[in-house]
Design a protein around this ligand. Structure first.
Ligand code: CAO
Length: 431
């Protein structure tokens, strides 16, 4: 039986095979990851829709694959084991070998690279063109190696690595510190001294997901001027409401967490301040206002941070939002989240409160323009109507893109949110 690549998700036409996770002769189960793919957006593994014995493998690391590409053939697979749904690309990740064709750069040596002659810019994806506008990178100098003469991210990486070496006048080849050969980095490289001279060290390859996270964080940090504003909300009302609702929902097997209530309540503030639910297209100087409220929730997984997205939160009741939050977080932790689950967010919530920490400054999940951090709710003494009272206070941190949001708007937004959380009622939590 043939196993072909499923739909890779909206807008994803091709992917690169990072690794093949099975071998000829393996007996595999339904939903067992068979290959890991990398797209412009994410790294994901593809689950097998059938069980059986692997007869032949038709792809290898580095191949470009598309929806429908034949991945492998199975013996002894039963049609009854076919998933009824089209399987989706699922979860991240595993260590990634350096992509073939990337320049090998010994620490300290100049990568071999011949920049394009300039003048004409080869075709490139909108993400690459936007990055070039934002950073002032001259794409006409980038040697294009993609299909049909397109500029790929790897081409940009090679060019930037070469520029970095040129800019910092790296030592000549042969002056290596003994570090292993490195793949091209998506970040500006800082020259490292040999740390083993101070004591024993151990080098460990980071996973592809870690590299993706790092790249996203770096892109956000260098392209978006961040401001973080802090406040706190008295959750007495919200926690009492949560307890009451959880009693009602117990029979349905749903348990609402504080995160679910806040994610739901937040959409009212986003509606009141639409710029917080927008993206900024710096290339055209336009704000893109979204009439949908897809909230990303940062999930701590064994492989690293992932941000699955709950769609149309404003149209769902809090029970549906809570159930979806639980399912997506579970899928993320089990590496079963699909590429589509990770896309299309308009605003992100990051709750580290369960880990017991105080206020922190979250990094904006670009191309969104703001992110909300939730920290540990603690009982605190507050003065209310002239009397000392003990209240569960939730610290909030709001980071926003200062290019498009002024401090006063940030203050108004966070006050609106705090007021909304403090006066929350069941009506606010309906679909
Ligand atoms: N203050 C105090 N306690 C909190 C809390 C907060 N802000 N948030 C959660 N908790 C506690 C609750 O007591 C909860 O137990 P109860 O059942 O008694 O309510 C317990 O933590 C567990 O909550 P949870 O984690 O199971 O569920 P959640 O919906 O609150 O959070 C999720 C879900 C996905 C946000 C969380 O599991 C997670 O992964 N958080 C880490 C996010 C992260 O890594 N952010 C950093 C990204 S970089 O900015």
């Amino acid at each position: 039986m043939d196993v072909k690549l499923p739909n890779l998700g909206d807008g994803v036409s091709a992917a690169t095979v990072l690794s093949v996770l099975v071998s000829v002769g393996d007996i595999i189960a339904v939903d067992q990851p068979i290959v890991e793919l990398e797209t412009d957006k994410a790294v994901a593994s593809i689950p097998s829709p059938h069980s059986g014995k692997v007869q032949a493998i038709l792809v290898k690391s580095g191949d470009t694959v598309r929806t429908g590409t034949l991945v492998l053939t199975l013996e002894g697979a039963s049609k009854t084991e076919l998933s009824s749904d089209t399987p989706k690309a699922a979860a991240p990740v595993a260590p990634k070998a350096p992509a073939s064709g990337q320049p090998s750069v010994s620490a300290g040596s100049a990568p071999v690279y011949t920049p394009a002659s300039g003048g004409t810019v080869a075709p490139a994806s909108p993400a690459i063109r936007r990055m070039a506008v934002l950073t002032g990178l001259d794409l006409a100098r980038v040697e294009a190696t993609g299909r049909g003469g397109r500029i790929e991210w790897e081409d940009v990486q090679r060019y930037v690595t070469w520029l970095q070496h040129a800019a910092f006048q790296a030592p000549q080849a042969g002056a290596s510190t003994g570090a292993p050969v490195a793949a091209a980095s998506p970040f500006p490289l800082v020259e490292l001294e040999d740390m083993s001279k101070y004591g024993p060290v151990r080098r460990e390859k980071v996973s592809s997901l870690r590299q993706k996270i790092g790249k996203k964080m770096w892109e956000s940090w260098v392209t978006v001027p961040h401001v973080t504003q802090f406040d706190e909300a008295d959750l007495s009302n919200l926690m009492a409401l949560r307890e009451k609702m959880n009693k009602k929902l117990k029979s349905k097997g749903v348990k609402l967490t504080v995160t679910a209530l806040i994610v739901k309540a937040l959409t009212q503030s986003l509606k009141a301040f639409p710029v917080f639910n927008s993206s900024y297209d710096a290339a055209t100087g336009e704000l893109i206002f979204k009439s949908y409220y897809h909230i990303g929730v940062a999930v701590d997984t064994p492989s690293g941070l992932m941000v699955p997205v709950i769609r149309d939160v404003d149209q769902k009741d809090v029970a549906a939002v809570g159930a979806e939050l639980g399912q997506l977080a579970e899928k993320a932790r089990n590496r079963q989240v699909s590429l589509d689950d990770l896309k299309g967010g308009t605003f992100t919530v990051s709750n580290l409160g369960g880990l017991g920490v105080g206020p922190f400054t979250p990094i904006i999940n670009v191309p969104e323009v703001a992110i909300l951090a939730l920290s540990k709710t603690v009982m605190k003494p507050v003065i209310e109507n002239g009397k000392l009272a003990e209240k569960p206070m939730l610290p909030l941190g709001l980071s926003y893109d200062h290019r498009v949001i002024d401090g006063a708007d940030g203050a108004r937004f966070i006050r609106h949110l705090v007021d909304g959380l403090q006066s929350i009622s069941e009506a606010d939590l309906e679909g």
